[in-house]
Design a protein around this ligand. Structure first.
Ligand code: GDP
Length: 470
């Protein structure tokens, strides 16, 4: 900032500029800050997104000039998984806690529709963890291990065609959450002219789809020029290799082919050096800052608004946290009471409905009972009539029986006995007894006829005997 601008700013802030008469010492503040930061150490978190085997691990190894011994992933992962590994690195007296998050299984599934979701969830989870730490009463942000992603290296296949839908979709879903730096992986597999066309195509596709990639900042005079130039080189075409070869009298990182050698750190061969310069040497702090001031801030704002916190109330008046809390509490209790009342009314309504159903059932039961009672009454009356008829029959039968017995007694003193059942119950049966009576009468008639013929035969025998004697 120019000094005149600073003076104007101070006046606006109602602050009067004064000059010192001698050395005081606060000009050492930047040094104090540097010392403090160096003592504290730094942390930087890189997310690598790209298909399995696209060269993510190799590039990270090449960038930090070390072997991170990342396990080789298979192409048979059922879904996308994020694997984070933290390393403690030191260069001179500066310590760096570096976390590398790898997307395992990215692009390996047949259905890639939701491949970006685990990545979005992971980034949000790191923001949430930081927010929770911030909201704690006893927070320890000073030695908190910040796992928020500072940069996302997005690896694009060197197809020479266009961006895959998966790439567009993933970048679109991440651009408001993380600083995306797109890189064309394995750039040694594409020719120079094809690469130039490919870069232009990719950038125009990103712009037309509204994907916001990270732009190196141009507001700092010292680096604005280089950053502006580098923004024009995006996406960087990179080659990774940990293999060292002797070129001239220097050992360089390279990839050897039957037709020649690709030098990783040769700017005529690829953009690896540009990426390393921009990512590590020039803009690492800006990436950290952007993560906190832009992406995390957005997450925090949305989260707090979701929780009901507002900076201003109605009529645009500033609202304190306490007021917001009270208002929210009031709103919550109001809502609770409304819900309670709703539930109570629903309960009363249900009870009424149930009561009506029960009453209806009772009425139906009563009607059924009355109907059955009436039927029973009618049945009883019918039976009563039948009983009377039966009794009349019995009386008539008994009379007939008495008459028959009298007749029988008069006619025969002894009659062949007909075997009758001795079952008392059967004898009491008027029908059976009537049958017996019929048998008696018929037998009686048979006996009479037999006796008659016997008597006639005897008479005939007596006559014939008398005639014989004569
Ligand atoms: P990752 O699964 O994405 O981590 O991929 P790796 O880093 O394990 O690399 C997979 C294969 O690609 C290895 O055989 C690497 O040697 C090779 N590879 C890595 N970077 C490059 C590159 O820039 N160019 C070429 N041609 N091959 C590369």
């Amino acid at each position: 900032m120019a000094s005149s601008e600073v003076a104007r700013q101070l006046q606006n802030d109602n602050c009067r500029p004064l000059s010192l008469s001698g050395h005081v010492g606060f000009d050492s503040l930047p040094d104090q800050l540097v010392n403090k930061s160096v003592n504290q150490g730094f942390c930087f978190n890189i997310l690598c997104i790209g298909e399995t085997g696209i060269g993510k691990s190799t590039l990270i190894d090449t960038l930090f000039n070390t072997s991170f011994d990342d396990r080789v992933s298979t192409h048979f992962q059922p879904n996308v998984r994020l694997r984070a590994q933290t390393y403690e690195l030191q260069e001179s007296n500066v310590r760096l806690k570096l976390t590398i998050v790898n997307t395992v299984g990215f692009g390996d599934q047949i259905n890639k529709e939701d491949s970006y979701q685990p990545i979005v969830d992971y980034i949000d989870a790191q923001f949430e963890a930081y927010l929770q730490e911030e909201l704690k009463i006893k927070r320890s942000l000073y030695n908190y291990h910040d796992t928020r992603i500072h940069v996302c290296l997005y690896f694009i296949s060197p197809t020479g065609h266009s961006l895959k839908t998966l790439d567009l979709l993933t970048m679109k879903n991440l651009d408001s959450k993380v600083n995306i730096i797109p890189v064309i992986a394995k750039a040694d597999t594409i020719s120079k002219t094809e690469l130039q066309k490919f870069k232009i195509k990719l950038m125009s596709e990103l712009v037309s789809n509204g994907v916001q990639i990270y732009q190196f900042p141009t507001d700092d005079e010292t680096i604005s020029k280089i950053n502006a130039t580098m923004n024009g080189h995006l996406p960087f075409a990179v080659v990774g290799s940990m293999e060292e070869m002797k070129i001239g009298n220097k050992m360089v990182k390279a990839r050897q082919y039957p037709w020649g050698i690709v030098q990783v750190e040769n700017e005529n061969h690829c953009d690896f050096v540009k990426l390393r310069e921009m990512l590590i040497c020039t803009n690492m702090e800006d990436l950290r800052e952007q993560t906190h001031a832009r992406h995390y801030e957005l997450y925090r704002r949305c989260k707090l608004e979701e929780m009901g916190f507002r900076d201003t109330g109605p009529e645009n008046k500033p609202v304190s946290l306490q007021e917001t809390y009270e208002a929210k509490r009031h709103e919550f209790f109001g809502e609770l009471q409304r819900k309670e009342e709703e539930m109570r009314q629903m309960f009363v309504q249900r009870v009424k409905e149930k009561e009506a159903i029960l009453k209806e059932a009772e009425r139906e039961l009563q009607a059924k009972f009355e109907h059955l009672k009436r039927l029973h009454q009618e049945e009883r009356m019918k039976l009563e009539e039948k009983r009377k008829l039966l009794e009349d029959d019995m009386i008539a039968f008994n009379k007939r029986k008495a008459a028959t017995e009298l007749l029988q007694a008069q006619a025969f003193a002894s009659t062949p006995s007909v075997s009758l059942k001795k079952d008392k119950d059967r004898k009491k049966d008027p029908g059976f007894r009537l049958e017996l009576l019929c048998f008696d009468v018929r037998d009686h008639e048979i006996v009479n006829v037999q006796e008659q013929s016997e008597r006639e035969k005897l008479e005939r025998d007596r006559i014939s005997h008398r005639e014989f004697q004569k």
